[in-house]
Structure formats: structure tokens, C-alpha cells
Write a protein that binds this ligand. Structure first.
Ligand code: MN
Length: 266
């Protein structure tokens, strides 16, 4: 019957993370949280975000949860700033340590047997079960295809069926795909993140696929709200809370990124 707060991408926006804690309370056994991946890259305070989140994981391992996003990977970290930021603030060895820990982050979390949370979304093929997900060998960099890749990378689409992803990785999945997956696995709905939304959240696929994104005014330029979700064990009805960006010290997003990326080749 307890409440849990579910947050989406934070992407190195440390001052907005602190604002979430101001609005919604610090993590504690009475105030559990799940952060749904993409803690680092793009924002230039990724170190501060990840140390805060890992600190809470150590403090409250049983009521503070972190899932891996597609940015908790070496390829993304090389291009979008986290590796550069850690080398600037610490050392290359320190980046290697973060990389190792990222490989152990879980890929999905099932809440009360009814709500499945993952960073990206559902799968390029039908028939994937929760048991298949439990069996994934996750201690590695994600492969280019298959369930591990899809969990980190896929996106929903409004039309039925599947199509090629605009990202060039994984796929887009329609409302019929979501419906079949939920029925086969006796689930109510999925919560995912991975895409900026103007209102900070979006409900699609007849209420069965919810996106939550917690980096307001993403990269100092998108003008979007951030959001987090409250789920209560008693009814699992999502309650949405929105917030706007707060000021941060004058270090621009992507300040530590690969210079090709800074030139706009994103
Ligand atoms: Mn993502």
C-alpha cells in the first residue's frame, strides 16, 4: 500500500534533481524512489547526479532503485560528456569504475507484479516473458539487437505493429504490441522514459504505455516540463506531478562532450 515515486531521465541536471527532492521529499524508507535510467551525459553535472543517486542506493538499498538507461554505456559516455566530465573532475580510472558499476544496474523492475518499468520499452519480437528478462546476462555493454538492447532503446509509436527506429537502434512498437505483451505477462501497464515530452510525461497506447521524463528544459533549450509519477500499492493508479527547471551554475550542457557532438552533430 506504500507510495513510490518514479522519475525519468535526469541527464546530469543536478540542480533539477535537488529540486525534485525539495518538492517531493528526500529519499527514505517512508519515501521510496525509482530512477529510470539516463542519469548521466548531456548535462554537465552528471558526476554530482550519479554520486547522489549511488549514495542513496548505498544508504537505502531496499527502498531506492536505479535502472540502467541507454546512456549508462561506454559508447554514449564517450560521445555525450560523462567520460570527459569524469576525466576532467577525476581520472580515467574513475570513469572505468563507473562503467563497471553501470553494467550491474538492473534493466527493468516489476512493481507489485502489475507494472513493468524500463528505460526504453518493449521488444522487436513477440513472446518475450518476464522470465526471459530475468535470464539476461546484464554485466556487459548492450548488444546491437535483442531484448537487452530493446529494453534500453525502443520507443512507442501511435500506429499498430512495429517500425524501424529513427534512432537507428532497436524498434518502435505500437499499441497492439503493448497489449499482447501485457496480456501474456499478466501486467496492467508499462512505464518508460527515454524521450523528452513537453509536459514531462505522456500517456499513450490506451493508457497502457506511460512515458516519464525528469529533465526540465532539457539541455537548457527544449522548454519542456519535468515530471515524476506516484504509484500507490493499493490501486497502482499513476498520479502525475510536473515541475519546471531551476537555475544552475554557468556551465553549459555538453561542456565535456566530444567536440564533434558540440558542433551540433547530434
Ligand atoms: Mn535514453
Amino acid at each position: 500500500t506504500k507510495k513510490i515515486s518514479i522519475c525519468g531521465d535526469t541527464h546530469g541536471q543536478f540542480y533539477d534533481l535537488l529540486h525534485i527532492f525539495d518538492l517531493n521529499g528526500l529519499p527514505s524508507p517512508a519515501n521510496p524512489y525509482l530512477f529510470n535510467g539516463d542519469f548521466v551525459d548531456r548535462g554537465s553535472f552528471s558526476l554530482e547526479v550519479i554520486l547522489t543517486l549511488f549514495g542513496y542506493k548505498l544508504l537505502y538499498p531496499d527502498c531506492f532503485f536505479l535502472l540502467r538507461g541507454n546512456h549508462e554505456t561506454d559508447n554514449m559516455n564517450q560521445m555525450y560528456g560523462f567520460e570527459g566530465e569524469i576525466k576532467a573532475k577525476y581520472t580515467a580510472q574513475m570513469f572505468q569504475l563507473f562503467s563497471e558499476v553501470f553494467q550491474w544496474l538492473p534493466l527493468a523492475q516489476c512493481i507489485n507484479g502489475k507494472v513493468l518499468v524500463m528505460h526504453g520499452g518493449l521488444f522487436s519480437e513477440d513472446g518475450v516473458t518476464l522470465d526471459d528478462l530475468r535470464k539476461i546476462e546484464r554485466n556487459r555493454q548492450p548488444p546491437d539487437s535483442g531484448p537487452m538492447c530493446d529494453l534500453l532503446w525502443s520507443d512507442p509509436q501511435p500506429q499498430n505493429g512495429r517500425s524501424v527506429s529513427k534512432r537507428g537502434v532497436s524498434c518502435q512498437f505500437g499499441p497492439d504490441v503493448t497489449e499482447r505483451f501485457l496480456t501474456e505477462n499478466k501486467l496492467d501497464f508499462i512505464i518508460r522514459s527515454h524521450e523528452v515530452k513537453p509536459e514531462g510525461y505522456e500517456v499513450t497506447h490506451n493508457g497502457k504505455c506511460i512515458t516519464v521524463f525528469s529533465a526540465p528544459n532539457y539541455c537548457d533549450q527544449m522548454g519542456n516540463k519535468g515530471a515524476y509519477i506516484h504509484l500507490r500499492g493499493s490501486d497502482l493508479k499513476p498520479e502525475f506531478h510536473q515541475f519546471t527547471a531551476v537555475p544552475h551554475p554557468n556551465v553549459k550542457p555538453m561542456a565535456y562532450a566530444n567536440s564533434l557532438m558540440q558542433m551540433g552533430m547530434m
